[in-house]
Design a binder for this molecule. Sequence first.
Ligand SMILES: *[C@@H]1O[C@H](CO)[C@@H](O)[C@H](O)[C@H]1NC(C)=O
Ligand SMILES: *[C@@H]1O[C@H](CO)[C@@H](O)[C@H](O)[C@H]1NC(C)=O
Ligand SMILES: *[C@@H]1O[C@H](CO)[C@@H](O)[C@H](O)[C@H]1NC(C)=O
Ligand SMILES: *[C@@H]1O[C@H](CO)[C@@H](O)[C@H](O)[C@H]1NC(C)=O
Ligand SMILES: *[C@@H]1O[C@H](CO)[C@@H](O)[C@H](O)[C@H]1NC(C)=O
Ligand SMILES: *[C@@H]1O[C@H](CO)[C@@H](O)[C@H](O)[C@H]1NC(C)=O
Ligand SMILES: *[C@@H]1O[C@H](CO)[C@@H](O)[C@H](O)[C@H]1NC(C)=O
Ligand SMILES: *[C@@H]1O[C@H](CO)[C@@H](O)[C@H](O)[C@H]1NC(C)=O
Ligand SMILES: *[C@@H]1O[C@H](CO)[C@@H](O)[C@H](O)[C@H]1NC(C)=O
Ligand SMILES: *[C@@H]1O[C@H](CO)[C@@H](O)[C@H](O)[C@H]1NC(C)=O
Ligand SMILES: *[C@@H]1O[C@H](CO)[C@@H](O)[C@H](O)[C@H]1NC(C)=O
Length: 729
Amino acid sequence: MALILIMSLALPMAARSFVVDLKPRQMVLRVGDTQHLSCSAKDCTESATFMWTSFEDKPLSGTIQNPSALESLLVFDPVSTAHENLVVCKVSCGHELKQQHSTVKVYSFAKDPVIRGNDPMLMGEVNTLTCEVPEVYPPEYLEVEWVQGDSVLHTDEGKADKSTVLSRYEYTPTPEDNGKAITCRARHTFEGLPEDKNTKETTVLMNVRSPPRNTSITVSPAGEHKEGESVTISCHTDSVPVGRLVLRRVSGDQTVDLQSSPSSSTSVTLPSIQLGAIMSITVFITMMLCFAHSPGAHPLEVELNPGVGVITVERGMSFVLSCRALDCPKPVFFWKSPLDATIRSRSKTKGNLTELYLSPVELKDEKAYTCEVKCGSVVKSKRTELKVFSFPLDPVIESSGAHIVGEASTLRCDVRDVFPAERMQIEWLDEEERVLLLEEGSLFSGLQNLTSELTFTPGWAHQGRQITCRASLQVEGLPRNQTVRAAVTTVALSYGPRNTSITVSPAGEHKEGESVTISCHTDSVPVGRLVLRRVSGDQTVDLQSSPSSSTSVTLPSIQLSDSGLYRCEALNEHGNETTSTQVIVKAPPRNMTVQVLPSSEVLEGQNVTICCKWVSYPPPAVILKKPGNGTELYSPNGTFLLVNLMPSDTGLYQVNVTNDLGFETEVFVISVMEKQSSPPPNSNDFIFPAIAVGALVTMATMAGLVAYNLNQARKRGSYELTKTTPQTA
Ligand SMILES: *[C@@H]1O[C@H](CO)[C@@H](O)[C@H](O)[C@H]1NC(C)=O
Ligand SMILES: *[C@@H]1O[C@H](CO)[C@@H](O)[C@H](O)[C@H]1NC(C)=O
Ligand SMILES: *[C@@H]1O[C@H](CO)[C@@H](O)[C@H](O)[C@H]1NC(C)=O
Ligand SMILES: *[C@@H]1O[C@H](CO)[C@@H](O)[C@H](O)[C@H]1NC(C)=O
Ligand SMILES: *[C@@H]1O[C@H](CO)[C@@H](O)[C@H](O)[C@H]1NC(C)=O
Ligand SMILES: *[C@@H]1O[C@H](CO)[C@@H](O)[C@H](O)[C@H]1NC(C)=O
Ligand SMILES: *[C@@H]1O[C@H](CO)[C@@H](O)[C@H](O)[C@H]1NC(C)=O
Ligand SMILES: *[C@@H]1O[C@H](CO)[C@@H](O)[C@H](O)[C@H]1NC(C)=O
Ligand SMILES: *[C@@H]1O[C@H](CO)[C@@H](O)[C@H](O)[C@H]1NC(C)=O
Ligand SMILES: *[C@@H]1O[C@H](CO)[C@@H](O)[C@H](O)[C@H]1NC(C)=O
Ligand SMILES: *[C@@H]1O[C@H](CO)[C@@H](O)[C@H](O)[C@H]1NC(C)=O
């Protein structure tokens, strides 16, 4: 089976080529800026149509402006991370379609690092310093360094899924560290970022604190004291920063503040100590430590259902994306999605759960959705990306016309409402699953009706063969066989009549009166018309005409007149075929008539012509005799010429017409009247004695075979003898 395949991608070539100019071919954009891509159709002399799509199956965002008929702009205002894409500008100029692509990369690095945990720091303890760089994209390109003086203390990198880059550094400060600077330096290493914009740093001073420790009180001189002695009472403490020392005397229920000083040491000298005083000294240190409320107070968790990552949904289906906040008493939810202002109105929040309703799912719903939950000062988010596909119906195979042997034939396979059309593959397969033609989907975006055409030239071998059109849509996240649909068609060839036959039953020759059936059969697609005709001589009689592939005619009693050529003509729109057969009916001679011209009563010396007519098949032998005279005349056509008749030729004549089925005879009279002055007869022809007409009648009656009507015969100038049955004679 040799199929001739013609790939038909239906993209006729334009007469002149044009050029798609997409500028710039590579962009690194900063989130928040306004930028655009310009696509123009150079040398396009016809009207240009622009289409912006993306190579990846990421939805394309941005606004399209067409400043002129030959230029289109894709404007990013403001630039967002959703704009990161491999953007394709497709231009159709007349019938020609061309495209260019441009890589759009996006970065975000707008905010300076924020250091926390430096104010205050607890001296001598492990303190966690954090450096947070918010709104970084792509975060995995961010490097964070902790720097003090010339030394790098610690380095960190951003994590791919966290736009806020957080670096922690554990630091155990000494009292000397108080007031020292520490720097968090963030460097965005994304390729294409301008040098002067790729580093941001924040320096803070460490505020090291310590509550009073090692507080001591000393009395000098030591030991007991005599009244009047000079005694110094000193107080010392270690605290950062230096706080206040209060030296207080408590005697009984009386408290006297002796000294209060903002220092770590104080002393009071009593120049003359008094007797009997029991003194107890208390040192009060005032100090304030302020601890910022640190993140992590609530262990908030965000749960997205049906999940994070990429979720594939069929267009038209009902889809609900739910977001749950765990471990948060009063969560506040925000749904975020690029270029979707309606997102708020499509969501419902109740308690710990918010649901986003996408019912029915539309193509435009294909984007990323972020659920952001705020719990007190803690914010967490989860993101999921929705992929939409559409492939609702099985392909439909249509034939552009009849399949005619030897003529190119085209099958069409239509697949409706496909998305993404570029992911569709249409294969034509034969019964052995061999690929006859494979076509990839359309480059056009949006819902598409796709058509693939298979052109082949059928031969007889294709009859009844099955051809399959298999359409498969590659959808991320779905097994390949879930998005495969097929249609099968069986090749039914159309052809003109063939094997047309005509049969006569019973076969062979027929005797008159037999029942004979003439059948006609043909093979044609579509069924056309069969016409059964009889042709005898130049006369054609339509016996039957039927819109079918078989027809027959039964002649219950076939007659000689039914003999002839029977023709069966089969025809349909693809041709015609004729076949024929001869039907032979045999019959003994009958319905005989004899004419004697010019008359059966002639004068001597005249000539007569005897014309015999009959019906029979096969042709008979015709013999003219004069009974009593042994001579017989034969005529192939039943015409006899008797010349120069003599009165002696008068008498009865007999014509005997014989074939192998039987014979028929006619007897008639010729009277030759003597001419008054005629010369004596010298003919070699029949010479019969003249007899009376009356005697003829008697003879005929006696013979029981012949009757004749003299009156009629005279009117016509001839005798016509008609055979009658003996009963009616
Ligand atoms: C307290 O005294 C001990 C020993 O003299 C010393 O190691 C420690 O650093 C002192 N504490 C403070 C807070 O100065
Ligand atoms: C919300 O979640 C918190 C903690 O997970 C739980 O205690 C509370 O009952 C939940 N509230 C509702 C309305 O589900
Ligand atoms: C696809 O074809 C159907 C039927 O002809 C039509 O109703 C529908 O709008 C077409 N869809 C597209 C995307 O052209
Ligand atoms: C798809 O193919 C997998 C194996 O490749 C098979 O397990 C599964 O049943 C198939 N599903 C359908 C719908 O044919
Ligand atoms: C029709 O004729 C072809 C050859 O002309 C023959 O091979 C085929 O068997 C015939 N079919 C029928 C149904 O008679
Ligand atoms: C039969 O076919 C021949 C050509 O093959 C055509 O000339 C003729 O007109 C056709 N006869 C009929 C009755 O269609
Ligand atoms: C023969 O004659 C009979 C009557 O005698 C007539 O009905 C019939 O049609 C004739 N047949 C022919 C073929 O002339
Ligand atoms: C009769 O026929 C013969 C031969 O054909 C011819 O010679 C002759 O003249 C004819 N006679 C008459 C009276 O016509
Ligand atoms: C009959 O045959 C003869 C010769 O055999 C011929 O002369 C004559 O013309 C024929 N008659 C007719 C009517 O055919
Ligand atoms: C006519 O001829 C046939 C065959 O020669 C013969 O059998 C038959 O008897 C003849 N008929 C008459 C009435 O002479
Ligand atoms: C029959 O006719 C021929 C002439 O045609 C003649 O010669 C013959 O004598 C005749 N025979 C009889 C018995 O009359």
